[in-house]
Design a protein around this ligand. Structure first.
Ligand SMILES: [Zn+2]
Length: 179
């Protein structure tokens, strides 16, 4: 992909159970982070993030002049998503759970019948057994987890232990800009 200015799209949400709490996107112009109110909105944006990056003015009454909604720092754990992951099909729910040792996130989907699927092969079996999910294909699902950003993981959470007080954040970044 082209070398676009670094623009990111992130999400986070508050949790008591190691899942994502709040979603946010980074402006491709001023690099400030803006909170994205819902998972659906976030996923919609993420699904076409490369061709349609985020800018502050996509939020109502917000411009690059306004202070950032949140800052990228270690007050919460950030995870960076890949751009252009498929938007979750209607009736399904995509869930991410951070492992207790903060090493990685696990991805699964909850189907319309309430079962959990954790792999493309399970999705395929489900779709086969549920022909009413017409128009939904295995390619609408991605089990690629976001990357846990080490520099935002608190020192004291290594190893098993209670971590319910920790805040998690999920982010999507265009391109691979690892240093
Ligand atoms: Zn901006």
């Amino acid at each position: 992909m082209a070398e676009n200015p670094k623009s990111s799209n992130s999400r986070k949400r508050q949790s008591g159970n190691n899942s994502v709490i709040v979603y946010a996107a980074q402006c491709g112009e001023c690099f400030k982070w803006r909170v994205i109110p819902t998972q659906e909105e976030f996923e919609d944006m993420r699904s076409k993030f490369i061709e349609d990056p985020f800018f502050c003015n996509k939020k109502a009454n917000v411009s690059c002049e306004d202070p950032a909604d949140i800052e990228y720092d270690a007050t919460r754990v950030w995870v960076i998503d890949k751009p252009n992951l498929p938007k979750t099909p209607p009736g399904f729910q995509r869930e991410l759970v951070l492992r207790r040792d903060f090493s990685k996130m696990d991805t699964y989907y909850i189907t319309p019948s309430g079962t959990r699927v954790r792999a493309p092969s399970s999705v395929a079996s489900f779709l086969e057994a549920n022909p009413e999910c017409k128009g939904v294909s295995v390619s609408d699902f991605s089990f690629t987890p976001p990357k846990v950003m080490d520099d935002t993981v608190p020192e004291n959470v290594k190893g098993p232990g209670p971590s319910s007080a920790n805040k998690k954040m999920k982010a999507l970044r265009e391109g691979d800009d690892d240093v």
